[in-house]
Design a protein around this ligand. Structure first.
Ligand code: ZN
Length: 198
């Protein structure tokens, strides 16, 4: 990309390091930014930096939030004794969109994958086990139906069941290998309602 100035090349490179952005899109974004009014660019840059600086893990469920506790954990109307375990904050958002789940969540930030070298210590499992010391009546495992998601579900069930807590798995109406966030709300709801005890 020698035909662009160094600054433009750097901007294109920065954009193309983002997920799902190829060289063409990166070029389009870079030129768009350069043609934007200066104040708008300042605001965009500030928003990115602020979000990165202030967003943290919820002290209870480990989802991303800008407070110590996320709005769901803080909500007194939510059933704190039912915990749905998901892989990512996006999965949490997908279930929240159904508007029908009244419990709380736990976000693992990943799934166990021996092939990729991701072990139980690499996801937010310790935090979940600590929560189970409290008053918990059911853990609903809503990890993806991928190999990693299933491996994680099996592992969790073996770990939690001896504690005498009910463990259930969402129904497999969810397509195999399908990311939860791409599945429509009706299917998600059906998967939740049709959950089976492990
Ligand atoms: Zn939370």
């Amino acid at each position: 990309m020698e035909y662009y100035s160094n600054q433009i090349s750097q901007l294109i490179e920065a954009f193309s390091s983002l997920p799902g952005i190829g060289t063409k899109s990166a070029q389009r974004l870079a030129f768009h930014v350069i043609n934007m009014p200066k104040e708008q660019v300042d605001l965009l840059a500030k928003t990115i930096v602020d979000a990165r600086n202030h967003v943290q893990y919820c002290a209870q469920c480990c989802t991303l939030t800008d407070r110590e506790l996320c709005p769901i954990c803080k909500n007194p109307d939510r059933d704190q004794s039912t915990i749905m375990v998901v892989e990512t904050p996006r999965d949490l958002a997908a279930y929240e969109k159904t508007g029908k789940y009244e419990g709380v969540y736990h976000v693992l930030h990943g799934a166990i994958s021996p092939m990729l070298g991701v072990g139980p210590g690499d996801i937010r499992l310790k935090e979940l086990m600590e929560r189970l010391q409290g008053d918990v009546s059911e853990v609903i495992i809503a990890t993806n139906s991928s190999l990693e998601g299933e491996t994680t579900a099996m592992y969790l069930s073996k770990l939690i069941k001896p504690a005498g807590i009910k463990v259930s798995r969402i129904a497999s109406g969810v397509p195999v290998g399908g990311d939860l966030e791409y599945i429509d709300e009706v299917t998600l709801l059906r998967a939740l309602e049709g959950r089976t005890e492990l």
